[in-house]
Design a protein around this ligand. Structure first.
Ligand code: ZN
Length: 300
């Protein structure tokens, strides 16, 4: 008797759950539609013609990018089980604070999740505007920083009209951030909710001529990635040995400049030297390492 009743009870409960689930599925469907409707506003819109550079896009370069600029290849290679660098595009090792390219070398610059790492976001923005007349920038919002949080980011960022406003993070941290990062990677429903409320989490700016940035105060991150010239050269040589690296086209070589003095570069097998012979940089696996800290005295 009691067995039958408990069966009936659980059957009714299951039915109730099913009804809720159907309603919930309809809600989820609407959220996904909303996510899809707003997704394009958070994607770069590069022109069909002209050179396109993806700054900091090492893990997932934009399909339209002709070249990727990244700095921390060795860290990525060495991170066990971590996200690997995508080497399907030609690569230049450089710092966004001193981009090794001629003025207006590109038609468009993509910088997705780069500015929030900068100790000098206005300096990065000035570099983007120098090398291209237009581009796309995406950064996490203040809300994203306070809810999820990343130790490498020194800022809380707001979008006021067309201006990205950087405020020093101070001691404000995302105290439950780990739980939310875990939910994001574990739960499709959580990601659907996140995507349907995307404008809360990302500021995406498509700029032309001027990228408006205002920085309030100075700030540094809790943690910063370490860079080593030797490690980087070794990692690049290993990648070339695996056949992983793409060669730079002549068009790209033509627009490369010394990151310190801005003069054109002369190529040799294992190094490049700037026009006045003051700075020489290693080339490993065909990839130039154009960083001030990698510059040796030129042979000039
Ligand atoms: Zn130089």
């Amino acid at each position: 008797m009691s067995d039958t009743r408990s069966l009936r009870t659980s059957g009714a409960a299951a039915l109730a759950t099913t009804r809720v689930t159907v309603d919930t599925l309809a809600d989820i469907g609407r959220e996904l539609m909303r996510a899809r409707a707003t997704a394009a506003a958070h994607e770069p819109a590069p022109p069909a013609h002209g050179l396109v550079v993806d700054v900091g896009g090492g893990q997932a370069p934009h399909p339209r990018a002709d070249v990727v600029v990244d700095k921390y290849v060795a860290d990525d290679f060495e991170r066990p089980g971590g996200e690997q660098l995508d080497l399907s595009k030609p690569l230049v090792i450089a710092d966004a604070a001193a981009l090794p390219f001629a003025d207006r070398a590109f038609a468009y610059v993509i910088a997705s999740h780069v500015l929030e790492h900068a100790t000098d976001p206005a300096g990065f923005a000035a570099q983007f505007m120098r090398i291209a007349p237009a581009g796309f920038v995406q950064v996490p919002s203040r809300e994203s920083e306070l809810v999820f949080g990343w130790q490498f980011h020194p800022w809380l960022i707001d979008l006021e009209g067309e201006t990205l406003v950087f405020e020093a993070r101070g001691d404000r941290r995302a105290h439950c951030g780990e739980v939310l990062h875990r939910s994001f990677s574990d739960s499709a429903l959580f990601r659907a909710w996140w995507a349907s409320t995307r404008a809360q989490w990302h500021h995406s700016v498509e700029w032309r001529e001027t990228l408006h940035v205002r920085v309030e105060g100075a700030s540094t991150a809790d943690r910063t990635a370490s860079f080593g010239v030797d490690r980087t050269v070794r990692a690049l040589r290993d990648a070339r040995a695996r056949g992983a690296l793409q060669p730079l086209s002549d068009a790209l070589r033509d627009v490369l400049r010394c990151p310190v003095c801005g003069t054109p570069l002369t190529w040799a097998e294992e190094s490049v030297t700037c026009a006045d012979g003051t700075h020489a940089y290693p080339v490993a696996g065909g990839v130039p390492v154009l960083l001030e800290e990698a510059a040796g005295a030129g042979g000039g």
